[in-house]
Write a protein that binds this ligand. Sequence first.
Ligand code: AMP
Ligand code: MG
Length: 315
Amino acid sequence: MPTETVYGLAARIDVPQGIEAIFRIKERPFFDPLIIHVSSVQQAKTLTQSWPVAADVLAEAFWPGPLTLVLPKAKFVNPLITSGLETVGIRMPRHPSALKLINDEGVPLAAPSANKFGRTSPTTADHVRAEFGNLVPVIDGGPCEVGIESTVLRVHEGSGNPELTILRPGNIQTKDIEKAFQDRGMTVQWLEPSSAKESPGHLKHHYMPSVPVVYVKSRGLSKSDLEEKITQKLHELPDEVEGVKMVRPSGALRNMLVLKLSEDPSIAARELYSKLRELAGKSPDLILFYDEDRYREEVWTALLDRLTKAASVTV
Ligand code: AMP
Ligand code: MG
């Protein structure tokens, strides 16, 4: 199904075979939980054990939209969806086709991105077809408007000022969230993730296209020095990192293409995965991405997170 972030591989939460099929088709490890997509706040509440005031504020300010709330799960939610965690990730997407599908089914839909585990997320119906062929039917909802995955936010219990943890950066930034609470006279307290377990599925490598990406942070290197550094790093790269197969160049580093992002962070996010697929489609030996000072601003955080993980190596 299309959503405003990326295309999702969806299954009804009350059909365990469907949920299992998501993991099988994606080759996704069971430790990586799925986000449940709802079409109303009321439906979201049924999935949780408790719904703090902060969740109301956030849902009112950002739903439907690219914000996933992580809250204590209701008992009936299949642990396969939540990878056995006591929490559940929920979001109301704003793409009309997604909302219609959820409404038509009359139950929430669990949906991760519609791509093989560890690879580039799809932002068009054609991307999904390229990934899965005829294995899954695709609702063509056009290109995704946001283009990168939702901000994932842990909402801690309590009735005072909200305590929140960003588990995955996205289009909705900390300053947007702070403003939503400020408007209601509340101040956010940001907490760091207490353990890796609170934030599963956060692997060093993810979103990788079929051609290796090199994230170039070193400045002012000569072409030969750059090539030497890349060769060295690729040589040290293991075949697999945290269960994700690494992408390596097939031969010598002759043909290198450069990924250039739009100056506008919203457009850059919208185009990111399409551009990665397009460049990989030209079958270069490598795709280079050059770091810039402007990427240190918060608006670039989510994009840089994806690119850091899409890169096989950083030099
Ligand atoms: P995807 O739908 O492929 O973008 O992946 C969903 C991501 O959401 C997972 O990899 C987790 O990082 C996050 N997520 C979903 N449910 C939870 C949860 N209960 N606790 C923490 N993170 C979650
Ligand atoms: Mg994904």
